[in-house]
Design a protein around this ligand. Structure first.
Ligand SMILES: Cc1cc2nc3c(=O)[nH]c(=O)nc-3n(C[C@H](O)[C@H](O)[C@H](O)COP(=O)(O)OP(=O)(O)OC[C@H]3O[C@@H](n4cnc5c(N)ncnc54)[C@H](O)[C@@H]3O)c2cc1C
Length: 302
């Protein structure tokens, strides 16, 4: 995580205080990784559209409705699946409950993705997520990487020919040495120590919807690293394919929050939502105006 003070053009203000009013120089919005073909794939392995239609929304609805109903959950589920409860009504309740942050209701449904061709740089970030998510990853002990492939970042692909050639030489050299080590009888679990972060890998990831929304909130954010951001764009596309309703919950975290809480975006170079400082500044301004007119709006101390 970068500290705000590392980011050019940012102004650090203590939480809750009014933002600095000096004009702020904006840094650039990171390029959308979707413009580059990265050779990675995310495939929704489970569920299919039929299962989502028949069970997922009714199941979440049943979890939500059970909290407020005298009916048994099995009766609520029966009504939700046999058409006695309008699917639009089910979606409406779910939206309200999710918006209110009652996240356990969406832990009852899971999505399993096959993820292939991502770099070890990405997988290391992905497996940092712990709650509500399970991973299985291609082993570098048991798999013999005869033709290991690697990820080439766009900035290096587009760099000067010399720089690009040096990068490719380095990566090819590491993979060549790996092959020689294995050939010489060194176990794969030791030979892999020469693999670069660019080495591609495959994973299966199963996550409940709450965890998926959380991960997407962080990883669809423009502050996320380009490769993992691209992965979550693909994941969102897959979920939309089986349910535009559930897919619509997958968004950068600032969208449901209504403001950006990333310290690195104090300069608001990413314009999706105003920064928290701007929102707090507007609130402080409103409180000052209210006080001047004899009313008091309580403002939390920073
Ligand atoms: C833009 C960006 C930059 C990053 N930079 C770095 C970096 O430089 N270095 C680095 O090490 N990591 C970095 N990370 C990783 C980050 O710190 C988290 O480890 C990662 O995003 C996993 O998210 P999470 O902690 O929300 O865990 P998840 O497992 O996704 O947890 C979901 C939520 O469950 C709750 N939870 C989970 N486990 C616990 C627990 N043990 N106790 C209490 N509550 C819990 C929390 O509310 C958590 O938010 C970065 C992440 C992003 C998105």
């Amino acid at each position: 995580m970068s500290d705000a003070s590392d980011v050019p053009g940012t102004v650090s203000t203590p939480a809750g205080s009014a933002p600095a009013t000096a004009p702020r120089e904006r840094s650039g919005i990171p390029k959308n990784p979707g413009r580059h073909e990265l050779g990675m794939r995310a495939t929704l392995l489970f569920p299919d559209r039929d299962i989502v239609d028949r069970y997922y929304v009714p199941l979440i609805y049943t979890a939500c409705r059970t909290c407020y109903s005298e009916l048994d959950p099995d009766e609520i589920m029966a009504r939700a699946t046999d058409g006695r409860v309008d699917p639009a009504k089910q979606r409406e309740l779910i939206s309200r409950v999710v918006e209110s942050g009652h996240g356990s209701t969406i832990e009852h449904v899971v999505f399993t993705f096959g993820i292939s061709g991502v770099s070890r740089t990405l997988s290391h970030q992905l497996v940092r997520h712990r709650a509500g998510v399970a991973f299985d990853q291609q082993s570098q002990r048991y798999v013999k990487f005869r033709g290991a492939s690697t990820m080439l970042p766009a900035t290096i692909a587009e760099a000067g020919a010399d720089m690009r050639a040096r990068f490719l030489d380095q990566v090819d050299g590491a993979l060549g040495l790996y092959g020689d080590l294995v050939e010489a009888g060194i176990p794969g679990e030791d030979a892999r120590f020469v693999f670069p972060n660019a080495t591609r890998t495959n994973l299966v990831m199963t996550t409940n919807l709450r965890a998926l929304i959380h991960m997407s909130g962080l990883r669809l954010c423009t502050m996320a690293q380009w490769e993992i951001r691209r992965l979550f764009q693909l994941i969102r596309h897959e979920v939309f394919g089986v349910s535009p309703f559930l897919g619509s919950f997958l968004a950068p975290k600032c969208v449901p929050l209504g403001y950006c809480d990333e310290s690195g975006n104090r300069d608001e170079h990413c314009p999706i939502r105003p920064h928290k400082d701007t929102v707090l500044g507007a609130w402080a301004e409103k409180a000052r105006a209210a006080k001047a007119s004899g009313r008091d709006i309580p403002v939390a101390e920073g």
